[in-house]
Design a protein around this ligand. Structure first.
Ligand code: FAD
Ligand code: TPP
Ligand code: MG
Length: 603
């Protein structure tokens, strides 16, 4: 039922215009924007909106904490490529969204967040549950609005959708006062459309820069493509694949870029950075050309900037002009949408392996040189490679690496995996090979513990036919474990893997390496997670040995409804390699001795 239609008979209106309350305008506009699901939690200042919701074909997922609502909207957006929507009341409801909004901001995820606000007449009086949420979220939103009049709601929401998705995506918040929700106004969805924006003057890829970039690529002997999240956001998979294959350039991925280029492709190197593979970081350090595609040279990716890829020229293809030369000074910047920029660049590169003799500027490819570079990288794998753990004997010890590897095998590498933050997140990135975009959902920039379970709920609702796995640590899982009740209430077919090492493992690892093993406040006592699941009517089991991993995963896959596996893994294992803070990209701490060391603590 369309909210617009339902109210058409109320009054004589110009064509397409209907008289609605602000609350009805809110839902009718969301419906017009194609929203089918929102994640939220009610309260006094948003009650008029909740009262009107029954008239609209929008599914409301009742969360257990508003942080969960923001993460669910975030997971929904990352899995689907659409805008995620969350709703909260004023005051504590709104402030509970903050961590989720910041998480989306740091990873450029498009959200529209709706908050109720006290009545406009009492704004600024410290009224009950009044907080200045637009002030609070100013630095963590792309834009935000206060609506104090019903007639402003539709234009603000429509503009919010445009802002959230355009250019570099991000979260937008609209704070709607209670009296604006209750007042009536004319509603015309089409008329509320935002005026076309003039594109940012810097957002045009200069043809001179394209030619410069093409020349650098043609002449490079040791090029590397740095594949980032922007590839997923612009949908430039095919263009990046063409660039890599045509010029035979190896591809290193950021954490958020995993899946943008198929991990199983022969030119795929894997993850770069602090916990990236050693040979990937060495390749970057010895390259003569970096082609950064939709990535922002985060400090987890570069190590110390002074020593970053010292001999490499750098091409940065990026939609946000503010990112150019922010961390890494580049030789050529192509500012604009990645897909468009690559479409403009590719015709200037040799169309085939041999080039087109006679075409100006088309140098023939030097196949020998390419192979030498690829062989040099391949040779770097040798001892550095993360051990092929499928060949490891089952020593009776269960390592997180085993769990991730077996999960990858059992799901055929096709599941959407939503991780939390910590060691398990890095092991997932190392051992689960993502061949398709939007199959790894993880909080990279803010590194928000508690993200996984709610974000996975959002991802499952966005992609009900996909197999979705939560991979969380014992610490982070407890931060938002209340959302188990949401998964149960929504009867979601969601699989949950807790990598339980009895520690805030990533912090313990830093204490081990840099604080003389002073494990202050990192040993962690947890509830029996299987019993906790049972309290929610959620099935599950604990797993202690490698041999039990695949059967448990199979049981979760077979089970209809949520299923939780508590993997009791090696307690004091660390993620290797690791670049200590302040070190160069090639100065990695390596796994001592055996790739997977057995420790005394796991008798
Ligand atoms: C415990 C922990 C450890 C970590 N270790 C690592 C590590 O070892 N290696 C690693 O890589 N990361 C690591 N990270 C993640 C890291 O902090 C960053 O989040 C990540 O590197 C960012 O990847 P990105 O630049 O590809 O994505 P984003 O930060 O999302 O940046 C994407 C860029 O693409 C641009 N963009 C967006 N849309 C478009 C478009 N249409 N066209 C062109 N450009 C576009 C954006 O403007 C932005 O600049 C770690 C995180 C945690 C929590
Ligand atoms: C909300 C929040 N608080 C604190 C941190 C700092 N932190 C990063 S990783 C980590 C430990 C995570 O422990 P756990 O969830 O058990 O995962 P593990 O590292 O053991 O796999 C902590 C405390 C954070 N990232 N987010
Ligand atoms: Mg842990």
């Amino acid at each position: 039922m369309s909210g617009t239609k339902k109210h058409e008979s109320r009054k004589q209106q110009p064509a397409h215009t209907t008289r609605l309350t602000g609350s009805e305008i809110l839902w009718a506009t969301l419906e017009g924007e194609g929203v089918t699901t929102v994640f939220g939690y009610p309260g006094g200042a948003i009650l008029p909106a909740y009262d009107a919701l029954r008239k609209f074909p929008i599914r409301h997922v009742l969360v257990r904490h508003e942080q969960g609502a923001a993460h669910m909207a975030d997971g929904y957006a990352r899995a689907s490529g659409k805008v995620g929507v969350c709703v909260a009341t004023s005051g504590p409801g709104a402030t509970n969204l903050v961590t989720g909004i910041a998480t989306a901001m740091l990873d450029s995820v498009p959200l529209v967040c709706i908050t109720g606000q006290v009545s406009s007449k009492v704004l600024g009086t410290d009224a009950f549950q009044e907080v200045d949420i637009t002030g609070i979220t100013l630095p963590i939103t792309k834009h935000n609005y206060v609506a104090t009049r019903a007639e402003d709601i539709a234009p603000m929401i429509r503009e919010a959708f445009l802002v959230a998705q355009s250019g570099r995506p991000g979260p937008v918040l609209i704070d709607i006062t209670k009296d604006a929700q209750q007042a009536a106004a004319d509603f015309d969805f089409a008329a509320a459309a935002p005026k076309p924006h003039r594109p940012h003057p810097m957002l045009k890829t200069e043809s001179a820069s394209i030619l410069q970039a093409a020349e650098l690529i043609r002449n490079a002997k040791k090029p590397v493509i740095l594949a980032g999240h922007g590839i997923i956001q612009s949908g430039a998979y095919q263009q990046v694949l063409t660039l890599a294959e045509r010029m035979r350039i190896p591809v290193a991925s950021t954490l958020l870029g995993l899946g943008a280029f198929p991990a199983s492709h022969p030119l795929s190197l894997g993850m770069m950075g602090m916990h990236g593979e050693a040979w990937v970081n060495h390749a970057i350090q010895s390259s003569d050309l970096l082609i950064a595609c939709g990535m922002r040279f985060d400090d987890r990716v570069t190590g110390t900037l002074a020593t970053y890829a010292p001999s490499a020229k750098k091409i940065h293809i990026e939609v946000d002009p503010a990112e150019i030369n922010k961390n890494v000074k580049v030789d050529v910047a192509l500012i604009g949408d990645l897909k468009d920029a690559l479409e403009a660049l590719l015709p200037h590169l040799p169309p085939q392996r041999t080039g087109s003799p006679g075409t100006p500027g088309f140098a023939p490819r030097d196949e020998k040189q390419e192979s030498t570079w690829l062989r040099e990288i391949e040779a770097g794998k040798g001892e550095c490679a993360v051990r092929d753990i499928s060949n490891l004997p089952d020593s009776g010890h269960l390592y997180a690496a085993h769990v991730m590897h077996d999960l990858w095998r059992a799901t055929d590498g096709k599941a959407i995996v939503v991780t939390d933050v910590g060691q398990h997140q890095m092991w997932e990135a190392q051992y689960y090979k993502h061949d398709a975009p939007r199959t790894l959902i993880t909080s990279g920039g803010l590194g928000t513990m508690g993200f996984a379970l709610p974000a996975a709920i959002g991802a499952k609702i966005a992609c009900p036919d996909k197999e979705v796995w939560v991979v969380a640590g014992d610490g982070g899982f407890q931060m938002t474990a209340a959302e188990l009740a949401t998964a149960a209430q929504e009867e979601l077919d969601l699989n949950i893997a807790i990598v339980n090492n009895g520690y805030l493992g990533m912090v313990r690892q830093w204490q081990e390496f840099f604080y003389e093993k002073n494990y202050q406040s990192t040993p962690l006592r947890s509830p029996d997670f299987v019993k906790l699941a049972a309290a929610h009517d959620i099935a599950g089991q604990a797993v202690r040995t490698r041999a039990e991993v695949l059967p448990a995963v199979a049981a979760a896959q077979k089970h209809k409804g949520p299923y939780l596996i508590n993997f009791l893994v090696e307690k004091e294992d660390s993620v290797y390699p690791m670049i200590p803070a302040g070190s160069a990209l090639h100065e990695m701490i390596r796994r001592p001795n055996n790739p997977l060391v057995e420790t005394a603590s796991d008798k």
